[in-house]
Structures are given as structure tokens and as C-alpha cells.
Ligand binder design. Structure first.
Ligand code: XUL
Length: 523
């Protein structure tokens, strides 16, 4: 029986999921925690401390070590020789800078050595800026200006220019460390870097993750000449070609077959970003479906059959690994804000849910603006917390309902550009276990909400992509809906239907929220 392996290199850990598509089972899942398993790299929550809070980097050498440890944990647990294909996903936007030696080093990884020693020093930058970095405002302004403003940038590259996106990060490196930039022959994304290690050769950046760089032309899926020019000299050569997410890169590097027992012909597929991978991992493989992940930050995403951009410049257009498109809204004040309110009133999650249940939908007009930290969507450079409609500072229950209603109403308003209201919303992430929150979600969006049981959506999505890619490489024409079936179905009995009685209350709240957002902060 064949197995398929998916990897997800996220901010804090590297996760692996091995699936058996014949039995529709997850055969193994495991993770390497960067802080706990690799303390020598000195990260906290996967990132390096910096005096400037805007600078957030991680060491790429740590990711190499993590890959070796994950394989060492996989090998005794699973019959690795049954794995037919591997695919990786990675946190989006982060970049890895490699010297001209990298292709030879990758092609000759010595199985007698550990992976990092075998690779040798191929990094021209010891640390990689990741998606939490916000140090590139100057570079963003310059690139945005060159692309004709926020809307021009979004039309060209799928998003307004964002601090964490790869283009501004590359520009900052080129400007602040010109000598190291000169030594840089290749720039990889986190996903293409892990894939390069697996395949023992430089892997291309795929269209889905490539769309998160402010460098790819979303009309042609090729590099955008104006964006390249505005970012750094001689960049096209360093980025290499873009490729569809479904292409096979080649067989797994001998380092993995000789040391870990993979069959030498195990196929390695192109890597992709964690959000595009999650799209597959929660089963959103057809347009018209949407999902919300309620985690540290909340993301709302949908599968689109044609590119569409947010004219307000707050949402993103990424590619989908299916070859379609993906719309994404990233809300930084997600569980962060919910926990803030919960803790402020000394509640646990149960108390928080009971407090919500004791208040009416619409909260009798009480509203909270819940941005305790600067926000991505809506784009707010400074925190904005305000009480309106008679919400008193001591009203615990009113606050619990208000924070959730505000977050979900804001997502409803800021996702309007994505198209028609979704027919159903799938939920994942920690807070999706909370029925009080899901009830509000169903009513705010006036559509059914389904709970989905995935704990590792991105790694599962990668495993499903590995299966799909292997079938393609064998000349078959796999249908995505069949590949994901049985792995990504909603939990039986988990659907929450909207209550039509609450429709008017939430339409009113959306109107009030729109007005408050237009008003000056604090006015
Ligand atoms: C999306 C984003 C994050 C990262 C980290 O734009 O910045 O979701 O992909 O997971």
C-alpha cells in the first residue's frame, strides 16, 4: 500500500503527516518544536530576539536540523519505503539567501554526515526574515510608488505592498547589506528551500506561494518586471523560474533514501505556502467555498476560479495549489483579542461562552472596536479599542459577545470583495471548538458553519498534494475532490445553521460598524 508524506514548516515547528489514501487514514503525524527540540539555535516561539521589535528573523540552519530530526522520528514509526511522494508547505513570505555553491552542495549531500554538515555553509544571510517582520515600511513605500499606489500594486501583484512580503524584505537586505547581496546567487522562499533540501536541487517557487511576494504578476503568473525593477537589481536571475504547484521536482535526494529508507524513486513535488496548502487540507478545492481559521491570528480564505483583488488593499490574492486562486484576509488580533477580554474579566473559555449565551444577538447595540495591537485587516498602524452603544467598562458579558461580534462582522465587511456570501463556511483552529463563537459566525454571515477536525491543515494539505502529484506524474488525471474525499469532510453533526431571526440584528451591526470604521479613531 502506498503512503504519502506532507511537511509543514511553520513559525514554531516542523510538522509531518503521512497518509494512506486507500484506507483514507492518517498513518503518522509528528512534529519538531524549534524551541524545545533545537535549543542551541536560541529561538523563542521559533524566532530570534531582536532589540528592534519590528525585526523578526529565524535561522534557516535550524530548519535544516529540524528536517533531519523529523525524518529520524518518522523512520522507525512508518515503513518509509512505502512513501511514494513527498510535498512541503512553509510559512509564507519568509526568504532564504543562498550562495552560488548551493546547487552543487544540494546535489552532493553526503549521507555519512548530518544534513547541516552535509550542506555546508551555503547561506549568504545567517538569518531569514519571516512573516512577523515589519521593518520594511520605507521599502514598501518605494515599491508601492513605483507600482502606481496601493491599488496599482494590488492589481499587479495581488496585494498592496506589505512589510512582511518578500519583495520589500529583499529590498531591505540589498540596501542594508550590499556585499552580502552581491554574494547571493539564489533567493528561496521557506517552501522552496525545504523542497530543495528534499530534492537535492534548487526547487522553483510555485505560483501559489509566489503570489505572496509582491513580485509575481498575477495576470501572467510570471515575475512582474516593474516589481523586480523596484525591488533590487538582477533579481530575476536570483529568483529562478516560477512553476505550477503540481509539478514534480524529481526523486528524493540520496541523503534521505540512504539514511532514512525512502525508495530512491520517491517523488518530490513543488513546495507551496502554508495558507495555500491549508486550502487543500480543509478541502476547499472548488470555488464558492470559504473557511475561517480561528487561531493566534484569524484567517478567512476562499477558493476563487478567477483572480480578484481587494481594491482597499487590505486583503490578499494568493494562488491555490489546484491552479485556481485563493483570497485571504489575515486578522492579527484574533485569539489575542479574545484572550485579552477573557483575562480582563478573570474568565476561562467556559465562562466566556456562558457570558456570550447570557446576552442577546446584536448585544442590544453595544459595540467594541477590538484592535489591541496594530492590525493587518483593517490596516491599522496603531491599536484601536473603543466602546460604543453603552458598553460599560465593567460589563463582562457585554464585552465577551462584543469582541466576537466585532471580529466576525469586521471579517464579513472586509471580505466583501471576495464575491458572493459563501454558501457554507468551514472552521478550523483552536477557537473553532467553541460553539458560542460558531453560532455568532453562522448568524453574522447568514450561512451554515461546519466544523472541521483538522489539527494540521497545512501538513495534511501537503500530503494530499503529494498524492495528487504522484497520480499526475503517472499520467492519471486525478480530481481534487476525489483526492481530498474522506480526509477533509466536516465532522458529522457539526453543522450550525444560521437563525433567520438574527439576520436583521447583524445587518444593523454591519452598518454601524461600517460607520464607526469610517470615523476618525476616538471620535
Ligand atoms: C499570511 C501570513 C501568515 C504566514 C504564517 O499572509 O503572513 O499566515 O503564512 O503562517
Amino acid at each position: 500500500m502506498s503512503l504519502y508524506l506532507g511537511l509543514d514548516l511553520s513559525t514554531q515547528s516542523l510538522t509531518g503527516v503521512a497518509i494512506d489514501p486507500d484506507r483514507r487514514t492518517i498513518e503518522w503525524q509528528g512534529a519538531v518544536s524549534f524551541d524545545a527540540d533545537l535549543p542551541a539555535h536560541g529561538t523563542r516561539a521559533g524566532v530570534l530576539a531582536n532589540d528592534d521589535p519590528r525585526i523578526v528573523h529565524s535561522p534557516p540552519a535550524m530548519w535544516v536540523d529540524a528536517l533531519q530530526i523529523l525524518m529520524e522520528r518518522l523512520a522507525p514509526a512508518v515503513d518509509v519505503s512505502r512513501i511514494r511522494a513527498v510535498a512541503a508547505s512553509g510559512q509564507q513570505h519568509g526568504s532564504v539567501y543562498l550562495s552560488a555553491r548551493a546547487p552543487t552542495a544540494l546535489a552532493s549531500l553526503d549521507p555519512a554526515q548530518g544534513l547541516r554538515a552535509a550542506l555546508g555553509d551555503v547561506f549568504t544571510r545567517a538569518t531569514s526574515p519571516i512573516w512577523q517582520d515589519s521593518s520594511t515600511s520605507v521599502e514598501c513605500d518605494e515599491i508601492r510608488r513605483a507600482l502606481g499606489g496601493a491599488e496599482g500594486a494590488a492589481r499587479a501583484t495581488g496585494s498592496d505592498v506589505f512589510e512582511r512580503f518578500t519583495g520589500p524584505q529583499i529590498r531591505r537586505f540589498y540596501r542594508t547589506e550590499p556585499a552580502a547581496w552581491e554574494r547571493t546567487a539564489h533567493v528561496a522562499l521557506v517552501s522552496s528551500f525545504v523542497t530543495s533540501l528534499l530534492a537535492g536541487r534548487l526547487a522553483p517557487i510555485d505560483h501559489a506561494d509566489g503570489a505572496g511576494m509582491n513580485l509575481m504578476d498575477v495576470a501572467t503568473r510570471d515575475w512582474h518586471a516593474g516589481a523586480l525593477r523596484a525591488t533590487a537589481p538582477d533579481l530575476a536571475r536570483r529568483l529562478g523560474p516560477l512553476a505550477p504547484s503540481t509539478i514534480a521536482i524529481g526523486p528524493i535526494a540520496p541523503w534521505f533514501s540512504k539514511r532514512c529508507g525512502f525508495a530512491p524513486d520517491t517523488l518530490v513535488l513543488a513546495g507551496t505556502g502554508d495558507n495555500p496548502s491549508s486550502l487543500v487540507g480543509v478541502g476547499l478545492v472548488e470555488p464558492g467555498q470559504a473557511a475561517i481559521s480561528l487561531g493566534t491570528s484569524d484567517t478567512f480564505f476562499a477558493c476563487l476560479d478567477a483572480p480578484s483583488i481587494d481594491p482597499t488593499g487590505q486583503g490578499h490574492l494568493f494562488g491555490s495549489p489546484t491552479g485556481d486562486w485563493m483570497a485571504l484576509l489575515c486578522v492579527r488580533n484574533g485569539s489575542l483579542a479574545r484572550e485579552r477580554v477573557r483575562d480582563q474579566f478573570g474568565l476561562d473559555w467556559r465562562g466566556f461562552s456562558e457570558a456570550i449565551a447570557s446576552t442577546p444577538p446584536g448585544n442590544a447595540g453595544k459595540v467594541l472596536l477590538p484592535w489591541f495591537e496594530p492590525e493587518i485587516a483593517p490596516r491599522l498602524a496603531h491599536p484601536r479599542v473603543e466602546r460604543h452603544g453603552g458598553l460599560s467598562p465593567a460589563d463582562a458579558a457585554g464585552h465577551c459577545r462584543a469582541v466576537v461580534e466585532a471580529q466576525l462582522t469586521s471579517i464579513r465587511l472586509h471580505s466583501a470583495w471576495i464575491g458572493d456570501r459563501p454558501r457554507a463556511i468551514r472552521t478550523t483552529g483552536g477557537a473553532s471548538a467553541n460553539p458560542a463563537i460558531l453560532r455568532i459566525l453562522a448568524d453574522v454571515f447568514d450561512c451554515p458553519v461546519q466544523r472541521f477536525r483538522s489539527t494540521h491543515g497545512a501538513a495534511l494539505g501537503a500530503a494530499l498534494r503529494a498524492h495528487h502529484g504522484h497520480l499526475l506524474a503517472r499520467g492519471e488525471k486525478p480530481r481534487w475532490s476525489e483526492v481530498v474525499a474522506g480526509f477533509t469532510d466536516p465532522e458529522p453533526g457539526s453543522t450550525i445553521q444560521p437563525d433567520p431571526k438574527n439576520r436583521a440584528a447583524y445587518d444593523d451591526l454591519a452598518d454601524r460598524f461600517r460607520t464607526l470604521l469610517r470615523a476618525r479613531p476616538g471620535a
